[in-house]
Design a protein around this ligand. Structure first.
Ligand code: GAL
Length: 817
């Protein structure tokens, strides 16, 4: 194993460094060794790991497959879905081999390390799961929950004088421990933090903005200092704006008494307030001195913003009422699995932003820090949630095994990690926990809510509740800051009237199901619709029996002041939970709830949300596609998702009349629908009219001819040559005129040359068992997505796609330093 040298600095530099920064942080990414299986001897320094696989971290050991129904075959009754009898469930966790034990090993050196002078901590952003961390043969920390960040001080286990330290991590995923694909392994970053003895501990600052106005804001910073031994501490903190201009400074000297944090208060005049539309960020840079020696420098990024709840009126940000236009997302990144990647997250958020989405609920667990930072920067409000299970089980080997001992520690880590992030506006303490119906359940909720209030009095607390009758009657809902309901839209009004908060949040909404590019006839609203091809219809009329269509949630937001908006289940399709095909319906293994599919291609529903949520751009989207060989002469309804109030539809020049949004049904309030259109090949044209009746925009789709060539559209033309950056390439089978061939399912092969690598592909088909990392994938309804990654060299990356019977295509992407 190659040795990692953390900081090679000549003595002079070290002296300078101590004078300047006194803190160093490194991410341990490269030269990891990994093996599945249990190797108790791997903790020993002399263990031979040569035969183990070399990997970089973040790493997800299960995403390379293969898919197999036996990986997560379960006989269970999913009580949350109203089931009372156990049945065979397949694909619940994605059918990937995440279960089992895996070991990782690496070496690190802390130069010039001397006991008594430096402290060294390891910080894991998340490790799936039940992590046992060993340094030089000694157990340094244990953390059961795979989603949470945790840290441990390993100073006492380190070798002195620059000798290699062996880090070994054992992870174990028990069968039946999850309701979705959790990923496996060191799927988030591992940091090494080197500080002086006297230092700001991990997550040791807490910033709040107790008063916010356009004229000025007050900023309160609390800083913890470790090992100060009751010495006098001087902290000089500068508040910097986004241009790094100092806007406030404080220089204070204090004793840290009885562990009480060091407090500094600032006024920032004419503050730039943070909001999804103006994600303005400040930094507090604190230099810590003890007897004139600088011992630490710590930077805390934050935003200035004000959040308020007003009974009967809803949620206010910076004094302005707004309703959450949010989505719930699981943590996996489709074909990349759970391994965190900033470019992949940025891509997701960019698509959601264009849809008009302004909020994310991290369902049902702690997010990666990179996601929270991107939400700060790109402008998304976050509701962060730790648990899907408290003390009562949903999964046989779920978190309930740890809840009593670990819940408080998990909450504390989560809150301290993210309490300074501007994007985080609310905590959720859990999702559909069975405890909500137990007579003592409110006590558990109150225990968790109190931890939130203690650690962070500035944010309200909610919980995703689905057992409406229980929680309205047993006091559970009444004790939360915000009653958050999952589905059950017909109970909102009752909840509003019965509960003292006089507010209702759609903590989880919709769960409409659809497969991109699939349309079923006749077009009917249906719960639990099942078809032989194991797909769901993209007319967006199908849902599960506990869920509903998007229109119900739009109406609740539009019609009542007291609704706080919603978090749609889900923004993106995810691995696992293939409802309505979860009962012995292999090969389904990924969700169909997403507004965007697993290949990160928008489904039609994307445009429905965009037409309501995106207030800056127009939307005019026609569905279905118009290649219906065999349906000639048959009724083939056409829907248009648009922000315009009305539109006229023409098929091959013949008008099918003008439709205007109206209140005759929830669907006709938000969609334009021509239910009697008859299929004939050719052209479907729609002309949109504004509120004044003026024709303002038109859109055309055409019947595609014979598949002719491959079209490649990359989301990026330039990548950073950092070995991590990604481009998503939309691979499309088109006819000679460039029309998408929407029923083409042929195999496409890929090759990457030049500076970069092929990373993965996905086609969004929830039944596809093709492995993501292999350089081939069948198109699903004419499309798929390939992901390429930069290496660390500048140059050109060339991606080529070929398929039998089609003209191939190439695309060049630049990688720059
Ligand atoms: C909810 C649950 C989610 C997901 C969803 C599917 O009840 O909170 O995790 O299972 O249903 O509709």
């Amino acid at each position: 194993m190659k040795k990692i040298t953390l900081s090679i600095l000549v003595l002079f530099c070290v002296t300078m460094l101590q004078a300047q920064t006194a803190r160093e942080e490194f991410v341990l990414e490269k030269n990891w060794k990994f093996s599945k299986g249990d190797y108790p001897d791997a903790v020993q320094n002399n263990f031979d790991d040569k035969s183990w696989q070399s990997v970089t971290v973040p790493h997800d050991w299960a995403i390379y497959g293969p898919f197999d129904r036996k990986h997560d075959l379960q006989e269970v009754a999913v009580t949350q879905n109203g089931e009372t009898k156990a049945t065979i469930k397949t694909g619940r966790t994605g059918g990937l081999p995440y279960v089992g034990i895996g070991w990782y090993r690496n070496t690190f050196t802390v130069n010039h390390f001397k006991k008594g002078e430096k402290r060294v901590s390891l910080l894991f952003d998340g490790a799936m799961s039940e992590s046992k961390v060993y340094v030089n043969g000694k157990e340094a920390c244990f953390w059961p929950l795979g989603y949470n960040s945790f840290h441990c001080d390993v100073t006492d286990f380190l070798n002195t004088d620059g000798k290699d330290n062996i880090l070994a991590v054992r992870l174990e995923n028990k069968p039946q421990s999850s309701r979705w694909y959790p990923g496996a392994g060191l799927y988030r970053n591992v940091h090494i933090i080197v500080t002086d003895e006297v230092h700001v501990p991990v997550w040791g600052t807490h910033i709040t903005t107790p008063f916010v106005s356009e004229e000025y804001a007050s900023v309160k910073l609390r800083t913890e200092i470790e090992n100060s031994d009751n010495n006098e501490i001087r902290i000089v903190t500068e508040i910097l704006d986004a241009d790094n201009k100092v806007v406030a400074t404080k220089d204070n000297t204090l004793k840290i008494n009885h562990g009480k944090p060091f407090e500094q208060n600032f006024i920032v005049n004419n503050p730039n307030l943070w909001s999804p539309e103006t994600p303005y960020l400040y930094k507090a840079v604190s230099n810590v001195y003890i007897k004139d020696k600088k011992v630490d420098q710590y930077t805390t990024r934050f935003g200035i913003r004000d959040i308020k709840l007003i009974a009967d009126k809803g949620f206010f940000l910076n004094g302005k009422k707004r309703k959450f236009q949010g989505v719930c997302n699981h943590h996996d990144l489709g074909p990349l699995g759970a391994a965190i990647n900033v470019a992949a997250l940025r891509r997701q958020l960019t698509m959601l932003k264009d849809m008009g989405c302004d909020a994310i609920r991290t369902a049902h667990n702690m997010p990666a820090p990179e996601l929270v930072e991107l939400c700060d920067e790109m402008g998304f409000m976050m509701m962060i949630e730790p648990f899907d299970e408290w003390d009562i089980a949903k999964c046989k080997n779920g978190y309930h095994r740890f809840f009593n001992e670990w819940a408080e520690k998990d909450m504390v880590n989560m809150i301290r990690n993210y309490r300074n992030n501007a994007s985080v506006v609310m905590w959720s303490i859990g999702n559909e926990v069975p405890t909500q119906c137990s007579p003592e359940g409110y006590k558990v909720a109150s225990f968790l809510q109190d931890i939130c209030h203690r650690e962070d009095p500035s944010r309200p607390v909610t919980c995703g509740m689905d057992q409406v009758t229980c929680v309205l009657n047993n006091g559970f809902a009444a004790m939360l800051d915000v009653p958050g309901f999952n589905y059950r839209v017909h109970r909102y009004e009752e909840a509003y009237n019965k509960l003292p908060q006089n507010l209702v949040l759609g903590a989880e909404t919709s769960s409409t199901v659809s497969s991109r590019g699939i349309y079923k006839f006749p077009v009917e609203k249906k719960a639990n619709a099942i078809y032989d091809d194991h797909q769901s219809s993209s007319y967006d009329f199908e849902y599960c029996d506990w869920s509903n269509l998007p229109d119900d949630d739009f109406a609740l937001a539009d019609d009542h002041d007291w609704t706080m908006g919603q978090f749609v289940w889900t923004g993106f399709d995810y691995l696992g939970e293939p409802s309505p095909y979860d009962t012995d319906a292999w090969p389904n293994h990924s969700s169909m709830f997403g507004i965007i599919d697993l290949a990160s291609i928008p489904k039609d529903r994307y445009y429905l949300y965009r037409s309501i949520w995106n207030k800056n751009d127009n939307t005019l989207h026609i569905l279905p596609h118009w290649n219906w060989k065999g349906r000639e002469g048959q009724i083939t309804p056409v829907f248009v998702y648009t922000n315009y109030p009305s539109a006229e539809l023409f098929i091959n020049g013949k008008s099918y009349g003008k439709q205007t949004k109206n209140n005759s049904s929830l669907q006709s309030r938000y969609r334009l629908m021509w239910m009697d259109t008859v299929y004939e090949p050719g052209e479907v044209k729609v002309i949109a009219y504004d509120a004044q009746g003026k024709a303002v925009e038109e859109e055309i789709i055409r019947t595609a001819g014979k598949p002719h060539h491959i079209e490649l559209v990359a989301d990026r033309t330039e990548l950073s040559a950092d070995g991590k950056d990604l481009a998503y390439i939309n691979v499309r089978v088109v006819d000679k005129d460039g029309n998408l061939c929407p029923d083409d399912q042929r195999l496409i092969k890929f090759a990457v040359t030049g500076e970069g690598i092929y990373r993965a592909s996905a086609n969004g088909d929830p039944t596809s068992l093709d492995m993501f990392h292999l350089p081939q994938m069948p198109a699903f309804n004419g499309q798929l997505t390939s992901i390429v990654q930069s290496n660390e060299k500048e140059g050109e990356l060339i991606f080529e796609a070929t398929a039998k019977g089609l003209k191939s295509s190439k695309i060049t992407i630049k990688a720059i330093k």
